[in-house]
Design a protein around this ligand. Sequence first.
Ligand code: GSH
Length: 262
Amino acid sequence: MCNEVLPLHRPKAYVGTTCPPGTVLLHQYPRGDWAPSVSPFPIKLETYLRMANIPYKNHFTVKASAKGKCPWMTYNGVDVADSQFCIDLLNKEFSVDLNKHLSAEERAVALAFRKLIEEDLYWCGLLERWVYGDKHYVAKLVKLSYMIIVYISYKLGRNAWAHGMGRHSPEDVRSVGKIDLLALSTFLGNKTFFMGDEPSEIDCALFGALAQVKWHFAPNIYTQLLKDELVNLSDYCERMKDRIWPDWDDCITHGGTRTATK
Ligand SMILES: N[C@@H](CCC(=O)N[C@@H](CS)C(=O)NCC(=O)O)C(=O)O
């Protein structure tokens, strides 16, 4: 259900954060060092809000939604969890269709690629960052203590196991992730955006995922691929950044050296 109404969930930090009717209150983790979020889904949702020209206000918090995930939003007093459910609801509310220039077949292809990004590649990235990777690097990135990172790593490793990806060897997971990135790079080809000359909804999810690889991952097989072989994916990130995030520099902390002002 895309218009699911959750029991009102008011984390402490939320109290006092006001938002006029018709404006989205976007709850997401604090700004990242080199990209606006350390997570793919908040970048996806905020990119969508920008592309769709929907008024929004950020509320930076580590509190998760009632479903235990980030991001989530409050819209006209109703809390909505899950980036895609937020998008589907806002598409209806604001009569937005970022895919209006796509054929039915292209929409189907975009949906399939989004599932590849969010339901497959996401888990490869999660395992690389949180389970196989250097936990000191992650602690610095997300500004949490090493001991908390060890705990989160354990928890996310269990989630990956439940999903199934976490049951494979690191080599097999990396092979799956590489195949996913290769497919994304092949389909993007020389196009400006994923589905053509103009951005569409899939670009929100793709940019959110690739932004982590390009700007936030410790050097690993995926960062190497973007740098050396799948350069079109890296160039694509620059195009999305320039087009949708002209205020990028205000939305990042420059390695923790400044406070993001937006
Ligand atoms: N389907 C969700 C996925 C959100 C998601 O997985 N968020 C991650 C951060 S990128 C999270 O909250 N993880 C915490 C956890 O799994 O405990 C969406 O689209 O919003």
